[in-house]
Ligand binder design. Sequence first.
Ligand code: RUQ
Ligand code: CUA
Length: 658
Amino acid sequence: MKKRMYSHRLWMLPAVVLLSVTLFGCNGSNGNFSANSDAAQKVYVAPGELDEFYGFMSGGYNGQLGVYGIPSGRHIFTVPVFSQAAVNGYGYSEESKAMLNTSHGFVPWGDAHHPELSQTNGETDGRWIFINENNTPRVARIGLDEFKTQEIIEIPNSAGNHASAFVTPNTEYVSAATRFSIPMDENMQGMDVPIDSYKDTFKGTLSFIKVSEEGKMNIDFQILMPGFDYDLSHAGKGPSDGWAFFTSYNSEQAHTLLEINASKNDKDFIAAINWRKAAEYARAGEGTMMPGKHVRNYIDHEEGGIAKSETIDEVRVLDPRELDGIVYFLPTPKSPHGVDVDPTGQYIIAGGKLSTVIPVHSFEKMINAIDSEDYEGEVMGIPVLKYDSILHGEVEDPGLGPLHTEFDGKGFAYTTAFISSEVVKWDIENTQVVDRIDTYYSPGHLMIPGGDSQKPDGKYLVALNKITKDRYLPTGPEMFHSAQLIDISGDKMQLLLDFPTEGEPHYAQGIAAEKVMDRQKRFYKLEDNTHPYRATSEAQTKIERDGNEVHVYMTTIRSHFAPDNIEGIKVGDKVYFHVTNLEQDWDVPHGFAIKGANNAELLIMPGETLTLTWEPKEVGVFPFYCTDFCSALHQEMQGYVRVSPENSDIDFSYGTGQ
Ligand code: RUQ
Ligand code: CUA
């Protein structure tokens, strides 16, 4: 736990501040609401009833996306995204393996931070949810019709893809940014540089991924940036639509001991990007095509349902030294972390992290300052605006360590204060704090359904706490993180519920359940199954040999496999079990597992075909069975494969042995 704290957030806070975590962390009351039946009523979703909202929480270092019911806090599902998932064979099955391909080869794990729902006209629309991978820079798109990862694109010229994946109000773009700057030059040849040449050779990039109508992603352009660390982002909306804002820290350009060396400047910057203008430059062929090898993986059930990978070698890079008007720096106190744009699109709010105030920039003032060239200097050709000219106001006494802000759509902002463990509610217009509530403990992000869109549902807030300590039964040194549900419908915030979360949720998103439920796919239609190894009836089941490769076309339906007796397999064969689930009823998946397989089970949805590879190494008879309790005769769903010596000449025989 401690290790995690240091590595994620506390690492840049001075020791004095560290102390205060303990002080503030144990402030007597622990928010025990067990006696509060009012709170209990508000979160009680009676058996058989459904939650009002879906909550999507990043899994952090588990690389997945957690799906929760709000207000009940019930964990409903985990969508595998960047990590292999033994639970259903994602990343193990032949169909899904390619989803984890990268320019570094197959990467079975990822660090997922920021989920972001697609939007139409500034409102969440329930089509997709995007999420970033921090370690091996990638962005994934999950289809909310099937709750499956449908596409993953790698981000080249990036390291630590943290300020990602944030959408523009019509999902024209998903943006991303490198957290760690890296050595860069025109042809990316001189990458073998001394680390202490950082200031001269290291650069940052911001990436804009174009999203097509069907959701397909491609990197439209990158913007070359000074070698700072880029931390978080959000797109403008309403009047500020067409802009995106990225926080940066380490404007000192330190490359060692950042906790000291990157905390020297009084102000770092928010980079304001005129993405619409940049997109015009890109369309006009401006900028240069630079080496930028990256892999794009996608899976489409209408196209066989097998993930495909393609490698793209180049990327368009726009240089603000050559192209005017695409980047401006907004000075912002002290290593800002979060940056959030209020629902009116007029205010840009930074998380002060080490600052004692929350700075609120005015978009209108920013535009005026740009128009009148009211600059205080420039960095790498990027004009730096004057803090005082663009400031709407500063929130005084916002709690210690303000990180992230969300909005209720009623003129209020809610900011997490990591060090003082609280959520602070303030009035955006006059920047006055109006309410505060303790959280247990140390909240990072927070989430209000639709809270970063133009139409928040200002009913609930979820604080995503980094430190759980005493909230749950202890489970050894390892503890899961904790979410806390807070009622924000009235003037005073009210803590309703604690629930544990999996991995480390960074950001989260919420959406009214009906926006998603109406689009649900319940099963795959067998007649639409275009998988090349499908068997859409038992009559189509067969086995084919091609050298030592054996393809078993298998079906499954309550309560048997066809074939369920297979002979003629030999040691040294590579056996592909292509299992089609013939069911056309919602909610009847079948599983498939075989003894000694070096991967995972398959969990096959109705109408779907999935493939498990098995390489028998010894002679014998090996059972396989259904892993998902599918009917009263589930336990009867089993079969045998006979494996003969490598040099035997046993003919194939297979069937249900009737
Ligand atoms: S982070 S606690 Cu988004 Cu990865 Cu702020
Ligand atoms: Cu099919 Cu159990």
